[in-house]
Design a protein around this ligand. Sequence first.
Ligand code: 4NP
Length: 156
Amino acid sequence: MQFKVVFVCLGNICRSPLAKALFEKHVHENGLQNRFFIDSAGTSSNHAGEGADRRTLLSAKNNGLVFTNIAKQFTLGHFEEFDMIVVMDRSNEKNVKSLSEDGELHKKVHLMRKWDMHGTDENVPDPWYGGQEGFEEVFQILNRSTAALLQDLTTG
Ligand code: 4NP
């Protein structure tokens, strides 16, 4: 049985596609690809069908990571299907939980920065309106948080 993890942000073009790509990278580096099914989605449908934001792709490339993604909206079906829903911020958490009143489903939802040892904020900042340096900060946050998440899921 594969453990199913989905990373969720607002647009599914900046943070969650990168979180997915970085978690996949850590999974592959540890030879654990058979153990996980990994996806990403956005609570909004505004960017559905679009590729990842070019600023996200640029900071990933500058850090040696190349990936592609087609944005899609998070649905109740995802909520039911996945074992773990990792949201980027409190707003995403609220939007995800608003899809169902089922407390068992709500227990699947976790903030990404719960796994950030250097966390100064509980949210992964939304880089959309800022400059390229914000995307670099998001890359570093997601790189260390997804590594710690994998460690958490595979030890103890
Ligand atoms: P994401 O970033 O939620 O990390 O994909 C955003 C993408 C688009 C918008 C906001 C945040 N937007 O306002 O269109």
